[in-house]
Design a protein around this ligand. Structure first.
Ligand SMILES: NCc1[nH]cc(CCC(=O)O)c1CC(=O)O
Length: 333
């Protein structure tokens, strides 16, 4: 598109900014509650809501409270919730077997939500890190992250989640070939309706710091994830990964983190036109929330502006810890 601009004073951009109604009428992009996916942390216990120090306002919930959150999401009009387990050290092993236990925390939470709030979309995370004594997303042998063996384990994990009733599987592990393997296994096992949102362009980012506290992975993790997650300096690689994952059967693709990678969101949407999502990650949440709590920024305005930016960059939706607050704000407008 080549914008046509008449010379001043024929063109006066301020004409359409003069009143709230005119601004509304001319607004190009909008944020709606329907664009939100709410990531929620699950832990063992009952009646538990445990604060996370590095993410003020976010809690780890026992399953009964996750179900309450699911009701809240549905009432607010948030279409989807995404579950992340906070696991006890006792279930973290080198063989990561808890990851595909049909009775693990995530799978029990999925069933509990589906029993009570069946219309809510439930998304799950596929990666070994919550169940890995080594804290990595894949099996670690002699300091190396194994790819193909990990993919086999991810398939087992995915089938257990699909069996539990997950609507969208979110492979966040960044192993090669996992989307094709997951798609084939889902088709073969009668789960052809289960969608895959690939964490296709996932960067090795320091913005995940608070999340690793939230899921209790920070202590176990040695080193970094640079041999499987993307280097922050790359962008053509993101397009190649998105194309690869689409060709293997991903229904939706994600860019992660969000705000520092808006250029990637735009390029992905322009290149492929597929359902595109961004993850406003824990570090982004912590920065905004921390500055807001200190009175340095207007938290509500910054949150809405930060999420609108994803829409402008071409995203169809955003995973954000601010989802319930934003839904309430949008409803009040
Ligand atoms: N499979 C790991 C995973 N899944 C989601 C996040 C980060 C989410 C956030 O920071 O909010 C991570 C962290 C990581 O890759 O180390």
């Amino acid at each position: 598109m080549r914008p046509t601009v008449a010379p001043f004073p024929t063109a006066r951009f301020r004409r359409l900014r003069r009143t709230a109604a005119l601004r509304d009428l001319a607004q190009e992009h909008r944020l709606s509650t329907a664009d939100l996916i709410w990531p929620v942390f699950v832990r063992e216990g009952e009646g538990v809501e445990e604060p996370i120090a590095s993410m003020p306002g976010v809690v780890r919930r026992s399953i009964d409270n996750v179900v309450r959150a699911a009701h809240e999401a549905a009432e607010l009009g948030i279409p989807a919730i995404c579950l992340f387990p906070y696991t006890d050290a006792s279930v973290k092993t080198n063989d990561c077997a808890e990851a595909w236990n049909p009775e693990n925390l995530t799978n029990r939470a999925v069933r509990a939500i589906k029993a009570e709030v069946p219309g809510l979309v439930v998304m799950t995370d596929i990666a070994l890190d919550p169940y890995n004594a080594q804290g990595h997303d894949g099996f670690v042998v002699d300091g190396e992250i194994l790819n193909d063996e990990t993919v086999e384990a991810l398939v087992r994990m995915a089938l257990a989640q699909a069996e539990a009733g997950a609507d969208i599987l979110g492979p966040s592990d960044m192993m090669d070939g996992r989307i094709g393997a997951l798609r084939a296994a889902l088709e073969a096992a009668g789960h052809s309706h289960v969608a895959i949102m690939s964490y296709a362009a996932k960067y090795a980012s320091a913005f995940y710091g608070p999340f690793r506290d939230a899921v209790g992975a920070a202590g176990a993790l040695r080193g970094d994830k640079l041999t499987y997650q993307m280097h922050p300096g790359n962008s053509n690689e993101a397009l190649r990964l998105v194309e690869r994952d689409l060709s293997e059967g991903a229904d939706m693709v994600m860019v992660k983190p969000g705000m520092p990678y808006l250029d990637i969101c735009r390029r992905v949407k322009d290149a492929f036109g597929v359902p595109t999502y961004a993850y406003q990650v824990s570090g982004e949440y912590a920065m905004i929330r921390g500055a807001a709590d200190n009175g340095w920024i207007d938290g509500e305005k910054v949150v809405v502006e930060s999420l609108l930016a994803f829409r402008r960059a071409g995203c169809d939706g955003v995973l954000t810890y601010f989802a319930p607050q934003v839904a309430r704000l949008l409803r009040a407008r």
